[in-house]
Structure formats: structure tokens, C-alpha cells
Design a protein around this ligand. Structure first.
Ligand code: PGA
Ligand code: ZN
Length: 404
């Protein structure tokens, strides 16, 4: 058994150039594990608070004064005790004193340190009951950005390539090929325009939602035919971001919840969508349930801002058959223990989990381990930029280790 000798925190920057926290742990034997916390932009209302009111400076001071003294001396194998201590030291339901980012970095850093101290892969330390580490998540890769992640793009926040090929080598290759193909199609369609890229590495172009979706569908069709690898279109609407006064406000029109259900059910049929995240605002369990009943046999219907990885919010959804999948983001709840409580609940009820990055992220691959350890249906991440590719490359490594 190994124990933590020192716990320190420092200020680092994420892929948006925003300040965040890295926690570094060292065992008495000198084994080191360090992890930085990612941050969202279209955060759900029910997520824990990323930083205390005084920002990173206050988070660092609190870590040194109150968090580190409570953690030093603990056994590396006691993840649940460690995470419980983070809650105790904080003392609020939303981590508003120590900050959810501090909790996330400290929680994942312990798992990483324990894995290193015991010579195990991180996924193996985190493995859920019944997971063999031989099956790999589909890639949900961001190809085009809109909403809060891009200026001048469509209202829909993310347009994804969804590749459920069983081997990471195939799914990663197919998703990347769709991203490249989308770029080429956009250049053809908008000659003379400067194309940009959004926070998650997807293309940004001055197109409407349907035009952007047509480009994505075209790219998916071509790539799956060329590579003989399945890859389908998917969307994260992040619909809370364009919901005001009871209506979903698109540039050219607005619809109520019923209109939104009809619009999305039509998109699923017309374009063969296989992944549909946050199609409604974050409190509307009923519309989620209606859409899942209508199209849940054809596509994943995924709750992100709806559940914010909270087991309590997810339980409320289970009772109402709200969705057939849930997005999992560790820093929405702040610890691995809280995260896996929700993952285990989903697994018991046959609801798929999709392990997700944040729009502000770091060049680190631990997320791929969380996905494999969860037996996740998908790994949602960007496709371009070092902080995105790090997760893909780590999944490739895990796949290669099993011959997949
Ligand atoms: P965020 O967005 O990381 O900016 O919250 C990602 C998402 O909505 O899935
Ligand atoms: Zn989302």
C-alpha cells in the first residue's frame, strides 16, 4: 500500500487560454501523478461550480490551507475515502468553496498516482463491474462548431462524426476523415471565404443549421463508402443556449417544444442521425421522453445539460424514460466517485454512457481511460488540436494493446 506524501496545486492554462488548476501528488516512494481540470463554456445550470468566487487565486490558497492537509497521508487505493474528504473539506453541495475544478484535478490525480504506484493502467484501476477492457467506445468527433463555441456559425453547437466501428484504429480514422472531408466541402461551397475553427477544433463557416448538416451528411456518406467503416452524422444542440421565453430561437424561425420534437424527429429520419444530444432545454424531461419514444430505436438520445452527470438528476430521468444515453463529464460533479455512481446506475439500467471532454481542455489522455473503464458507448471529443488528439491517441494505444 502506498501513501500520499505531498499534494500541491498550481495555475495552468487550458486550450482557450483560461486559467485552471493542476494538482500534483507524490507518494512516499516518490511516485508522481499530476492532472489538470478542463472547463466548459456552455455549462449546465446544475453543474458544480468550477472555481470559488475569487477564481484560481482563491482556489490555490484554499488548496494549500485546507485541502492538502486533509489529503496528505492517505492511501492511494482509497479513492472513495479521498473523494469523500474533498466533499467534507468543501462542505457545500456544489463545491463552491474549494471549486469543482480543484476537486476534479485532485480526484483524477489520485487514480493516476495509484495506477502508477501499482504498475497498472489507469482504466484498470477505474474499471466498472463487468467491463473487460476489450470493447471500445464509438468515436463522437466534433467536425463543425456553432453556438457558444464559435462566432458566426449555426445555432446548433456541434456537428459530429459518430463512428461505432469496434476497433479504435477504424473509428478514429473514419472520424478524422470526415473532418477533413467537411473542410474540403466547405471550401468548395464557400469559395473565397476564410474558414475558421471553433473551441473544439471543428470547422466554423457562415452556414445555417440545415446547410451545415447537409455538408456533414455528405462527408459521412463518402467516407463510410471509401473506408468501409461505419460513420454517421450526429448533433449536440446544446438547446438551452438558444431557448428563450418558451421557444427555441433559430435565426429564421422559432418553435415551441412540440415543434422542436417534430423538427428533430424529421432530421433523424431524413439524415440518418445516430447521436442527438441536448435537443431540449435542460429542465424539459418530458420532451426528451417524447423524442426518445419516437426515435430512440434509431439514434442515441443523450442528456448532457439535462443531467449534468448527477445521479439524482439521472434517477429522475430513468423513472420517466427520458433518454437512452447520458453524457458523462467528471468535472460536472467534481469527483470520480460521483461520476461512477452515475455510470454504474446507467449500466444497471441499460442506458448508454458517453464519456466527454470539455470545450476548454488539456493535452492529456485520461478521458480515454474513463471511457474504457466505463464500458462507454461513446467517447466524445474533438478531432483536431493537441488537447483533442491526445484523447484519440490514448484510445488508439489502449486498442493496440488488446490487438483491436
Ligand atoms: P462545454 O460544452 O464543455 O462548453 O460545456 C460541451 C457540451 O455542451 O457538450
Ligand atoms: Zn453538450
Amino acid at each position: 500500500m502506498s501513501r500520499i506524501r505531498s499534494a500541491t496545486a498550481r495555475r495552468i492554462y487550458d486550450s482557450r487560454g483560461k486559467e485552471t488548476i493542476e494538482v500534483r501528488l507524490e507518494t512516499v516512494e516518490g511516485v508522481v501523478g499530476a492532472v489538470g481540470a478542463p472547463s466548459g463554456a456552455s455549462t449546465g445550470a446544475h453543474e458544480v461550480q468550477a472555481l470559488p468566487k475569487g477564481g484560481v487565486a482563491e482556489a490555490l490558497a484554499t488548496f494549500a490551507e485546507r485541502v492538502a492537509p486533509a489529503l496528505v497521508g492517505r492511501a492511494t487505493e482509497d479513492q472513495s475515502g479521498w473523494d469523500a474528504t474533498l466533499h467534507e473539506v468543501d462542505g457545500t453541495p456544489e463545491f463552491s468553496r474549494i471549486g469543482g475544478n480543484t476537486a476534479t484535478a485532485a480526484s483524477v490525480a489520485l487514480a493516476r498516482t495509484h495506477a502508477a504506484a501499482t504498475g497498472q493502467e489507469l482504466w484498470s484501476v477505474l474499471r466498472r463491474p463487468g467491463v473487460d477492457g476489450q470493447t471500445f467506445p464509438a468515436i463522437v468527433g466534433n467536425c463543425m462548431n456553432g453556438g457558444r463555441h464559435a462566432i458566426g456559425g449555426p445555432e446548433i453547437q456541434e456537428f459530429h462524426a459518430f463512428s461505432p466501428a469496434p476497433r479504435p484504429a477504424d473509428s478514429v480514422r473514419a472520424a478524422l476523415a470526415v473532418h477533413q472531408r467537411v473542410g474540403a466541402l466547405l471550401q468548395k461551397r464557400l469559395p473565397g471565404y476564410a474558414l475558421g475553427r471553433g473551441d473544439e477544433g471543428g470547422w466554423v463557416a457562415p452556414l445555417g443549421n440545415l446547410e451545415a448538416l447537409e455538408v456533414l451528411v455528405d462527408a459521412c456518406t463518402t467516407v463510410s463508402a471509401e473506408l468501409h467503416v461505419p460513420v454517421y452524422p450526429g448533433l449536440d444542440l446544446a438547446a438551452s443556449e438558444f431557448f428563450r421565453d418558451g421557444r427555441y430561437r433559430y435565426r429564421e424561425r422559432s418553435v415551441d417544444a412540440e415543434g422542436q420534437i417534430a423538427f428533430l424527429a424529421e432530421l433523424v429520419d431524413r439524415f440518418g442521425l445516430k447521436f442527438l444530444e441536448d435537443p431540449f432545454q435542460e429542465e424539459d424531461y418530458d420532451s426528451f421522453a417524447a423524442l426518445t419514444a419516437a426515435v430512440g430505436s434509431k439514434t442515441l438520445v443523450v442528456g448532457d445539460d439535462l443531467y449534468t452527470t448527477s445521479s439524482a438528476r439521472f434517477e429522475a430521468g430513468l423513472a420517466r424514460k427520458t433518454s437512452n444515453a447520458i453524457l458523462i463529464k467528471v468535472n460536472q460533479v467534481g469527483t470520480l466517485t460521483d461520476t461512477f455512481r452515475t455510470v454504474d446506475l446507467a449500466r444497471r439500467h441499460g442506458v448508454g454512457t458517453v464519456t466527454s471532454h470539455r470545450s476548454g481542455d488539456l493535452p492529456d489522455g485520461w478521458l480515454a481511460h474513463v471511457a474504457v473503464a466505463s464500458g462507454a458507448a461513446g467517447l466524445k471529443c474533438g478531432l483536431l488540436g493537441g488537447e483533442r488528439v491526445a484523447k484519440l491517441n490514448e484510445l488508439l494505444r489502449l486498442g493496440a494493446a488488446t490487438g483491436a
